[in-house]
Design a protein around this ligand. Structure first.
Ligand code: NAG
Ligand code: NAG
Ligand code: NAG
Ligand code: NAG
Ligand code: NAG
Ligand code: NAG
Ligand code: NAG
Ligand code: NAG
Ligand code: NAG
Ligand code: NAG
Ligand code: NAG
Ligand code: NAG
Length: 695
């Protein structure tokens, strides 16, 4: 008995002697000096918090951002979040040995995370997200053996994630999103993380396989691995995560099939695996065990097969995108019962059959995107009774036929109607003018007849109006002039006629105007560009426009493409385009333009295509053409050009097509022309050139 007592006393003494030797150097005055050291590293403090409040000699437990423990008057929590602070983090913070929580989030802290923070053995939460921290996550963080939450998202951290941190069994939340972390995750990542609930490493540069051992993080609810470079297949064992609610795997290089086991997780609400190389088909019993699923995004993969009818068992599904895959077959009729569905995104697959509107009875639908498939059928008259909340209707490039029902105006929330490239016939219903919130109306490439309804002018918020490649007749209604926000107007390739006075054109935001291949007449008013300074694309090709090009056209300084070809324009267009420094395509062939090519053409350094053919241009071909850095096509044929071919053209490193046929060009062909390595097509015929000798 005595022996044991002695032993215990010895042990106690030994213990306390050791403790008093090692620990007392840290007391509350150490805390003050650590805080002052922290303050000393701050270079920017816009609210003067540290400068004015953190004053030496005043009790630091009252300083802003400090919480002390009552008993020891030691710093328990440091919260300087969102204070606009800039500077580095002093390593002395590692001496605040009573710290439980550090919140420095949403500042501009730079530099490395000090290794010394790993001395904070009481630390439970470290929040340093939304800063500019760089370097690596300290390896020594593996010693933070009470930590529960680590937030480092939105910094510039790089290097591997130290595997040691995955040994801290107290962890509940790890969020490292939006950094530059690399390397791979340890295969045994979850062998010692029994409490982990949330793990986010999205938007990094992680590679390798997704560890199968994630299946041992049995408490996990949130797992985000998106926007990395993970390869291999999605582990089947993830299906064991019976509490998982959100799984993000998008934008990796994942291959193989989508494991059916994932769809055994009844708690799952969000599954995103877009932009990968997932193949195979959707599990045939998909959704039978995931009644809570709300978001299913598997777009941009290589899925084949058909949409299983069991998908309708996802009764809570709001957002479904299977777009950009190779799914075929028809949309299962059962999907018509998915009463929570808001977004249906199936663009660019190989789907067939009738449009689903006849069996869809889903009033919550706001977005229907079915383009680039092989759907047939028509737009039913009761479309908007079934889908009154529709905002976005996109069925481009399918095989739908029939009329656009006038009842479409009952979908009063529509912002986009995109029906381009189908077999629609009949007229554009004037009732479309009742959809006053419409921003985009795309009806090009159909067989629409009749005239452009004046009621379109009621949609004053319309930005894009595309009606090209139809059989529309009549003129442009003056009411169009009310659409003051119009940015893009395409009316090309119809049978539209009448004089376009442009008088009612008053679209300050207009960027694109294409009236090509109609029967329009009229001339370009002097103030066209004054009223449309943002115009980048003007195409009047193949109409009956006449008159001179006014000098005011030079105010279109953003112009990229000017196509006036095949009209009856006269005068000298080239005098007035000098200020169009952005011009790439100047296409004015087949008119009755005259004048010389001014040497200032050498300033149009972005010029790609110069099409002047079939006009009455005269004078010499300017040598400056040889200096234009990207000029590819030069079409000067059928004009009155004289003089010799300037040898300087040979300096060009970009001309691919050079046409001078049918002019009055004389002299010898300069041999330098054959130094243009890019030249593919050359036509100098029907001129007065003397033969040249091939040496
Ligand atoms: C804290 O410790 C230092 C020695 O490390 C000592 O000089 C100081 O008196 C101590 N302060 C208090 C308040 O105990
Ligand atoms: C710092 O701010 C706190 C809280 O506003 C205040 O109680 C304290 O007196 C201030 N200390 C100094 C030195 O200004
Ligand atoms: C840290 O600060 C941010 C910003 O003020 C705040 O949103 C967050 O709740 C804080 N975190 C903790 C754990 O206190
Ligand atoms: C505090 O931390 C610094 C740097 O980590 C160290 O040099 C110093 O000895 C520590 N102790 C005290 C009492 O300041
Ligand atoms: C985080 O960074 C990303 C990318 O820089 C940015 O898009 C995102 O808005 C940031 N998050 C926050 C909350 O600022
Ligand atoms: C994790 O802990 C185990 C057991 O304590 C140890 O064997 C292993 O080396 C540790 N792993 C890391 C990465 O620190
Ligand atoms: C991922 O795939 C893309 C496109 O196929 C490829 O460019 C990239 O190199 C791949 N990355 C990895 C890590 O395999
Ligand atoms: C689309 O499906 C049909 C059979 O329905 C098939 O013949 C065709 O090759 C598929 N198209 C593509 C691009 O896979
Ligand atoms: C338009 O109709 C004609 C004949 O009615 C047909 O040949 C043509 O393919 C149709 N074009 C489109 C785009 O529907
Ligand atoms: C819809 O448009 C038509 C024709 O433009 C018009 O007669 C009708 O009154 C409008 N209906 C509503 C409800 O505004
Ligand atoms: C549209 O015009 C084309 C070409 O002129 C013609 O073949 C086609 O039959 C017309 N379509 C309709 C529906 O009028
Ligand atoms: C073209 O303009 C010239 C004058 O520059 C004129 O003599 C000629 O008749 C015009 N040709 C046509 C077809 O308008």
């Amino acid at each position: 008995m005595g022996n044991i007592t002695i032993f215990l006393i010895f042990l106690a003494v030994n213990c306390c002697f050791w403790a008093s030797a090692a620990i007392p150097i840290i007391n509350s005055s150490t805390d003050e000096s650590a805080l002052l050291a922290f303050k000393a590293k701050i270079t920017q403090d816009p609210y003067n918090i540290l400068l004015k409040n953190w004053t030496q000699g005043t009790p630091f437990c009252n300083w802003i951002g400090i919480t002390c423990s009552h008993r020891h008057q030691r710093v328990k929590a440091l919260d300087l979040s969102s204070k606009g602070l800039k500077g580095t983090i002093a390593k002395e913070v590692g001496n605040l040995s009573f710290l439980i929580s550090v919140n420095l989030s949403n500042n501009n802290f730079q530099g490395n995370i000090p290794d010394e923070l790993s001395h904070l053995r009481r630390l439970r939460g470290l929040y340093m997200q939304l800063n500019e921290l760089s370097g690596q996550i300290p390896e020594s963080f593996g010693f933070l053996n009470r930590i529960q939450e680590l937030f480092l998202y939105n910094n510039s951290l790089s290097g591997p994630i130290p595997p040691a941190i995955f040994n801290i069994s107290s962890f509940q939340v790890i969020d490292l999103m939006h950094n530059f972390l690399g390397g791979s995750l340890p295969m045994d990542i979850c062998n010692n993380l029994p409490n982990l609930q949330s793990f986010n490493v999205s938007h990094n540069q992680l590679e390798g396989q997704i560890p199968e051992s994630f299946s041992r993080c049995s408490e996990i609810k949130f797992l985000a691995l998106s926007y990395n470079e993970f390869t291999g297949s999605i582990p089947r064992k993830l299906g064991n995560l019976s509490k998982l609610e959100q799984l993000y795997l998008s934008r990796n290089n994942l291959t193989g099939e989508l494991p059916s086991t994932i769809f055994n997780i009844s708690s799952l609400t969000i599954l995103q695996a877009a932009y990968n190389m997932i193949s195979g088909s959707l599990p045939h019993d998909i959704c039978k065990k995931t009644p809570r699923l709300e978001i299913l995004y598997i777009f941009a993969n290589q899925l084949g097969g058909q949409i299983p009818s069991s998908i309708s068992a996802c009764r809570s599904l709001k957002y479904l995108s299977l777009a950009y895959n190779n799914i075929s077959g028809v949309i299962p009729a059962e999907m018509g019962n998915m009463s929570a569905l808001q977004l249906l995104h199936l663009i660019s697959n190989n789907l067939t059959g009738e449009l689903p509107f006849n069996f869809f009875n889903i009033s919550s639908l706001t977005t229907i995107v079915l383009g680039y498939n092989r759907f047939t059928g028509n737009l039913p008259e009761d479309l908007c009774f079934r889908h009154p909340n529709l905002e976005f209707l996109e069925i481009e490039s399918n095989q739908i036929f029939g009329n656009i029902p006038s009842s479409i105006s009952l979908c009063s929330a529509l912002s986009t109607i995109a029906l381009t490239s189908n077999y629609l016939t009949g007229g554009i219903p004037p009732q479309i003018g009742n959809i006053t919130g419409l921003q985009n109306l795309y009806l090009s490439e159909n067989n629409l007849t009749g005239s452009i309804p004046a009621e379109i002018g009621n949609i004053i918020g319309l930005q894009h109006l595309l009606l090209s490649d139809n059989n529309l007749t009549g003129g442009i209604p003056a009411e169009i002039g009310n659409i003051i926000g119009l940015q893009v107007l395409y009316l090309s390739d119809n049978y539209l006629t009448g004089e376009v006075t442009f008088r009612f054109f008053n679209f300050p935001s207009l960027m694109t105007l294409n009236l090509a291949s109609n029967g329009f007449s009229g001339s370009i008013p002097h103030d066209l560009c004054f009223r449309h300074p943002k115009l980048e694309y003007l195409n009047l090709e193949n109409n009956q426009f006449h008159g001179q090009i006014p000098s005011g056209i030079s105010l279109c300084s953003a112009m990229d493409t000017l196509d006036l070809s095949a009209n009856k324009f006269t005068g000298n267009v080239l005098d007035n385009i000098g200020n169009m420094s952005m011009l790439r395509n100047l296409v004015v062939g087949r008119n009755n333009f005259t004048g010389i090519i001014p040497p200032t053409i050498g300033n149009m350094s972005r010029l790609l295509i110069l099409q002047l053919g079939w006009n009455n241009f005269y004078g010499k071909i300017p040598p400056e053409l040889g200096k234009l850095p990207i000029l590819e096509g030069v079409f000067l044929q059928a004009n009155q050009f004289t003089g010799e071919i300037p040898p300087e053209l040979g300096q060009s490193s970009s001309i691919g097509r050079l046409y001078m046929k049918s002019n009055k060009i004389s002299g010898e062909i300069p041999p330098s022309i054959f130094n243009i390595s890019t030249l593919r097509e050359l036509d100098l015929s029907e001129n007065q050139l003397s033969s040249f000798s091939v040496s």
